[in-house]
Design a protein around this ligand. Structure first.
Ligand code: AMP
Length: 226
């Protein structure tokens, strides 16, 4: 008998390592990875109406308005890869919901998460992680100048594209993003107290992934992370 969850959500501050856990879960479980940050960056790069609206908020470390985000996720979760063979929803949310109204909207569509993986990292460690972060605009591979440097400085190991230092990974916007997280997203820890699993995000990525996989498989008791 399997208690494995199908509607999964990652919660954590910017820089907690949600993207890395998401990549591991996606490749191990074959679940669709819905990263609203990636979706918005793609919209910015493509110059769509959503991208033009989102860019100013993103560069300033602020959240994009809830109605825009809810519509984006409504449309994305309706796509075929977000359903299991039996037609039931199956996906991993990464970066959504990020506010209480977004969580309410998700519940109202019947898509509220069954398990919330809270990747917990103390705030002082986050700043160092974020300022050193580099990412590949070609394939999305993440790097870090101290913790995960590319083999050739500034070049993606996987596809050879020049790495970028995101505008919102500079120190000013990072401080703003951490403030935004504390004020608007951290309350979700309480909101999801009945289904949250706290994972220590300061351990090695493989250990974090193992804990996340155990939680998805229903091997961890839901525990208060407050
Ligand atoms: P991320 O890559 O998840 O850190 O997202 C980058 C930026 O995209 C955030 O700082 C926000 O400006 C915006 N963003 C991503 N997801 C959301 C969301 N659920 N609600 C509002 N803004 C978002």
């Amino acid at each position: 008998m399997s208690k494995a969850a199908n509607k999964l959500m990652l919660l954590g501050a910017p820089g907690a390592g949600k993207g890395t856990v998401a990549k591991g879960l996606t490749s191990q479980l074959g679940v669709a990875h819905l990263s609203t940050g990636d979706m918005l960056r793609a919209a910015v790069a493509a110059g769509t109406a959503v991208g033009r609206l989102a860019q100013g908020f993103m560069d300033a470390g602020q959240l994009v308005p809830d109605d825009v985000m809810v519509k984006l996720i409504d449309e994305r979760t309706a796509e075929a890869d977000c359903k299991a063979a039996d037609g039931k929803p199956r996906f991993l949310l990464d970066g959504f919901p990020r506010t209480l109204p977004q969580a309410d909207a998700l519940d109202a569509s019947g898509l509220g998460p069954e398990v919330v993986l809270f990747v917990d990292v103390p705030e002082e460690a986050l700043l160092r992680r974020l300022t050193g972060r580099r990412s590949c605009p070609g394939c999305g591979a993440p790097f870090h100048i101290d913790f995960q440097p590319p083999k050739v400085d500034g070049i993606c190991d996987a596809c050879g594209t020049a790495l970028v230092h995101r505008a919102d990974d500079q120190e000013g916007p990072i401080r703003k993003r951490l403030d935004t997280y504390r004020a608007q997203t951290a309350p979700l820890v309480q909101r999801y107290a009945d289904r949250i699993v706290r994972i220590d995000g300061t351990t090695a990525p493989a250990v974090v992934l193992e804990a996340a996989l155990a939680a998805v498989a229903g091997k961890n008791q839901a525990q208060s992370a407050a």
